[in-house]
Structure formats: structure tokens, C-alpha cells
Design a protein around this ligand. Structure first.
Ligand SMILES: Nc1ncnc2c1ncn2[C@@H]1O[C@H](COP(=O)(O)OP(=O)(O)O)[C@@H](O)[C@H]1O
Ligand SMILES: Cc1ncsc1CCOP(=O)(O)O
Ligand SMILES: [Mg+2]
Length: 264
């Protein structure tokens, strides 16, 4: 595997433009995480401009968190255009399993060949179709990431994509290779849109690292290490949120290499 410090350096050197079609809750944090990591965010949702923005961007993230039927069509339009241009894109299927509408939208988008699907464990189980008997009530996971490991592998093989299931340990698999990232702190799950913003960072890393599974693993490690640095002086979720932005901004390569815990 390429080194994680090299991916952070490439982010800062190349400042990839990341087109985000994301939810109303997560837009602000997503844009700020991208900026702090060295990338350049652009949130654009209008069908009239989506093709142009995709053409200008280096990567795309599509997130179904606050969905409307118009938004699903725009997301599909952007994903198809990205596919035509060979540009990598990330699907974040927020809350899949909670409603039929979300299930249909997530399945439709997953068929459009995202380079990466990044989700929590409940969402991976639901999207893989192995969540029978487990009610999904909202956007937060009710199970540990390890419980979704097999489902992640099946989903990756079925969709021909890389799947990242995040949680206490993050797992990244393309159905063949498997990496485990043991960074991050539990309090990250108490800040809304932490996962959404992470999906944007995964897209940014895809733009600077050709191997989608390695790029994703590096994004998770960079974010998890930032979370750990932020947690040192955080008094609660509010200060963790802003401290994470500062930690991303000031992260140095040696600290990242020393703290990154990647197995596989
Ligand atoms: N219990 C935990 N311990 C360490 N890190 C965690 C924990 N729960 C979530 N995280 C981290 O929080 C970030 C968001 O992941 P997650 O909470 O799974 O996504 P979502 O917000 O989409 O549910 C990831 O970097 C993940 O590693
Ligand atoms: C609370 C909420 N409701 C719809 S989208 C959203 C944000 C979810 O963010 P994350 O999946 O990163 O926790
Ligand atoms: Mg989420």
C-alpha cells in the first residue's frame, strides 16, 4: 500500500475540486472538512448546471441524507456523467433501510457504479439486503461495524466497487482485499454529519490516489487521526467538531504516519 502521508501531501498539492451533492444537515461540515484537508469543495444541485460542474470537478460525492425525488434524479444525472468522464464518485446511502424511498434511491444509485460506497454498519447491512429483522430507525447505526463486514464484502463484489463500513473499527474492502483502520474516537458518532463529511474526504482522496481501496483507507486514517487529535482537548461534541477541522488543517505527515493504524 502507498503511504498515507503521501496521500495527504497530494491532497494539499493538488487541491482537488470535489463536487458534493449532499444533504442539508451536512453541507457546512462537509465543505469545511474538505477545505481543512486541502481540497476544494463545490456544492451544486441544480439539474441545469450539474453536467458542467461534474466536468470541471476531480471527484464527486452523492449523499441521500435529505432526499427529494428531484434530488435523486440530479444525483443519478451526475453519477452517469461522472461515469462517462471516468471520474470517481462516492455514494453515501444515509439512512438506507429506514424507508422504501431511500431503499429504492440507494439501490438505483448503487447500480451506477460508484467507485466507493461509504456507510455505517446498519446502512451496509440494509443496502446489502441482509438486514432482515433489524429495524433501521434513522441515520445512526444500531450495530458495530464488525457485524457488517461480511455484508460489505458481498456488496463490494456485487456492485464491483469498494465498500467502507465505518464505526469503532473502519473496514475497507473491494471483495478481495480487506483493510482495517483503527483510528477515531467514539465521540465522533455524536457529531451529526461526521460520516457525510468523511465521504467527501474519501472523494477527495480518490482524486489524488488511483487505487480506490487505498485512497479510501487513507481517507479513513487521516480523518480518524484528526478525530483522535481533536479529542485530546475536546470538552464534548461541539468542541470536537471545530477541533477536528483544526486538526486536519495542522496535521503533519510524521504525526499522521505515526498515529495511522492500518491493518491489511
Ligand atoms: N465507536 C467509535 N470509535 C471510534 N471511531 C468512531 C466510532 N464511531 C464512529 N467513529 C468514526 O466516526 C466517523 C464517522 O463514522 P460513522 O459514525 O460510522 O458514520 P455515520 O456518521 O455515517 O454514521 C468515522 O471516522 C468513524 O471511524
Ligand atoms: C441527521 C440527518 N438527517 C438526515 S441527513 C442527517 C445527517 C447524517 O449525517 P451522518 O450520517 O454523517 O451522521
Ligand atoms: Mg452517515
Amino acid at each position: 500500500m502507498a503511504d498515507v502521508g503521501g496521500t495527504l501531501a497530494a491532497l494539499r498539492e493538488q487541491a482537488p475540486l470535489v463536487h458534493s451533492i449532499t444533504n442539508l444537515v451536512g453541507m457546512d461540515l462537509s465543505a469545511n472538512v474538505l477545505l481543512a484537508a486541502g481540497a476544494s469543495p463545490l456544492m451544486a444541485h441544480a439539474p441545469e448546471e450539474v453536467d458542467e460542474v461534474v466536468a470541471a470537478a476531480d471527484a464527486l460525492v452523492v449523499n441521500i441524507g435529505t432526499l427529494t425525488s428531484e434530488a435523486v434524479d440530479v444525483m443519478a444525472q451526475a453519477a452517469v456523467k461522472a461515469g462517462e468522464l471516468g471520474m470517481p464518485w462516492v455514494l453515501d446511502p444515509v439512512g438506507v433501510g429506514a424507508t422504501v424511498f431511500r431503499n429504492d434511491a440507494a439501490s438505483r444509485l448503487a447500480e451506477l457504479e460508484p467507485a466507493v460506497i461509504r456507510a455505517n454498519a446498519s446502512e451496509v447491512l440494509a443496502l446489502a439486503g441482509v438486514a432482515a429483522g433489524r429495524a433501521v430507525r434513522g441515520v445512526d447505526t444500531s450495530v458495530d461495524s464488525l457485524e457488517a463486514l461480511d455484508a460489505a464484502g458481498e456488496l463490494a463484489a456485487r456492485c464491483g466497487t469498494t465498500v467502507a463500513v465505518t464505526g469503532s473499527i473502519d473496514y475497507v474492502t473491494d471483495g478481495r482485499r480487506l483493510f482495517a483502520v483503527a483510528n477515531g474516537v467514539p465521540m465522533m458518532a455524536r457529531v451529526t454529519a461526521m460520516g457525510c463529511a468523511l465521504s467527501g474526504l474519501v472523494a477527495a482522496c480518490l482524486a489524488v490516489c488511483a487505487d480506490a481501496t487505498e485512497a479510501t483507507t487513507h481517507a479513513l486514517a487521516i480523518y480518524g487521526v484528526a478525530g483522535e487529535c481533536a479529542a485530546v482537548d475536546a470538552e464534548g461534541p461541539g468542541s470536537l467538531r471545530w477541533r477536528l477541522l483544526d486538526a486536519l488543517d495542522s496535521m503533519d505527515k510524521d504525526t499522521l504516519q505515526r498515529m495511522a493504524s492500518i491493518d491489511g
